[in-house]
Design a protein around this ligand. Structure first.
Ligand code: CA
Length: 232
């Protein structure tokens, strides 16, 4: 992937770049927000690793600008550890994932690769399953004309499901993708949030339970392949 690194600490930027190069990516580093916006207006990047604290315009400003220009690069934000507010702001502004500083390079590479696997095609600005839509730029969710208010966590969960309709996610997988430290949470939490989402989304149901496996979002009946089709 072509990756833009936006990080003002030159040594950290260099380390990230060399770790990503080693992992087979094509990174380029810049040291402030203005330079980042210049770069993305010239060439598209598949992914942007974006630090929040930058001289001049900060990472949130950069993200706001990217999303207002409908630039669809995936964004991995580097946040301060424990700063829940920063993470929530970043996600609300349209970041795809975040990594608290300090982090191990191995973890950064893993997150980058996961984002690459997660959306193999060109990212889209709207997700749609049946009459349910999620606008990735504004994070507005609608069922038909009805607007649905979601908490940031509910939104993240829905986003994960809607990125890959029909794919069955295990509870553990959802837990890892939506909650940072999966081990701190019981997968029961996933069930609770799925329940809330279902309630908010309403009928006919779109989120389906696939027995002994997990959950999937799809319009119409579930994708359980073992069940014989009774109708054409
Ligand atoms: Ca910084």
């Amino acid at each position: 992937m072509r990756i833009l690194i936006v990080e003002d600490e030159a040594a950290v930027a260099r380390q990230i770049a060399s770790a990503l190069t080693e992992a087979g990516h094509d990174p380029k580093a810049v040291h402030d927000g203005e330079a980042a916006l210049d770069e993305v207006s010239n060439t598209p990047f598949d992914l942007i690793v974006l630090d929040i604290i930058l001289p001049g315009m900060d990472g949130f400003d950069v993200l706001r600008h990217l999303r207002s220009q409908h630039m669809a690069s995936r964004v991995l934000m580097l946040t301060a550890r424990g700063e829940m507010k920063e993470r929530v702001t970043g996600l609300q502004l349209g970041a795809d994932d975040y990594l608290p500083k300090p982090f191990a390079m191995r973890e950064l590479v893993a997150r980058v690769n996961a984002l690459g696997r997660r959306y193999p095609e060109q990212p889209v600005l709207n997700l749609r399953v049946g009459d349910l839509t999620l606008d990735l730029a504004t994070h507005d969710v609608h069922r038909g004309a009805r607007r649905i208010e979601l908490s940031p966590r509910e939104l993240m969960l829905l986003k994960v499901l809607m990125r890959e309709p029909g794919r069955v996610f295990t509870r553990t997988e959802l837990c890892e993708r939506v909650w940072e430290h999966a081990h701190e949470y019981d997968t029961k939490l996933v069930e609770v949030f799925i329940g809330r989402l279902r309630k908010k989304i309403g009928n006919p149901p779109l989120i389906h339970t696939v027995r002994h496996v997990g959950y999937t979002i799809a319009r119409g009946p579930t994708v359980e392949t073992s069940r014989p089709q009774s109708r054409p």
